[in-house]
Design a protein around this ligand. Sequence first.
Ligand code: KPL
Length: 323
Amino acid sequence: MKIDIIGAGSLGLLLAGKLIHAGAEVRLWCRSDEQAGELSRQGITISYEDGSLPLHLAGSSFRAGSIDKFAETVIRVPGDWTAIMLKQNAFHNTLPKILAPLRDARLYAVCFQNGNGHLELLQELLPQASVWAAVTTEAAKRKSLTEIIHAGTGETFIGKRRNINPAKGGLEEETAAISLTKALVAAGFRALMSKEVDTMIYRKLLFNAVINPLTAIWRIQNGELTASGERIQLMKELYREAASVYDACGIAYDADAWEGILEVCRATSGNTSSMLADVLASRATEIRWINGSIVAMADRAGIAAPLHRWICRLVEGMNVKER
Ligand code: KPL
């Protein structure tokens, strides 16, 4: 399988490294020339917290290039799949320009972002593309431009959202998605295709809307959220407000979603949430596409979501790059 990976953050490097190790042909598209150069020289190193031997992929075993060269390369030599691993902010800021020459291309693209809104944008930018969503609970931390720690193994579900190019479908798309899923499994991921990806996206959104902003504001790891009754109380209030927005919008969520959130905090207790990682690195966060997306749903349903609105403002106020 020939796979283009756009974005070489922690999850991008994890995906690239494991796929290369399993024999896939990977082209990794980076936002900085500095990172592309370092990856070509040093390769990718994946280490593990349990002391297992690190995995090293030499720079000669894949191609790393600047994201600006993605379109011209893909036009000349198409790949089978493009995995978009950029965080929401970079997704919205860089892809419209980068993908403009590919407007008529029939790419297969899979998006790994948290939150909402990016799949619709991608379909608008690439009307002929087959756009798929991936919901993953894999966790990785970046140590440098070329090294990551695989902090937690999870599951990755691949599926089509109901509102995204519904007119397409058919055997060809299904076959391509099966090949992608098989390539991920061969690379060591627990990957599955799912017809319930909409439900999973909203389930993850609920988790992220409670865990991410609070860990970012308090600068704590996921497990520390449940260390005090006061913190749990605030989490619960955020959860209840989001659940009432889901109710108003007719979005289904599990009856045990609250227990699910506490379970994620336990299962990922030593993790730095992606939003805290962004805040610590002074990067723009995904708040607009996580809690902001709950506020947008509330607005559309004509109900109030003051806590989520307020938490957006708090997180945005922590970092001038948000604006
Ligand atoms: O998805 C996550 C994130 O950090 O974005 C959670 C589930 C909170 C795990 O860290």
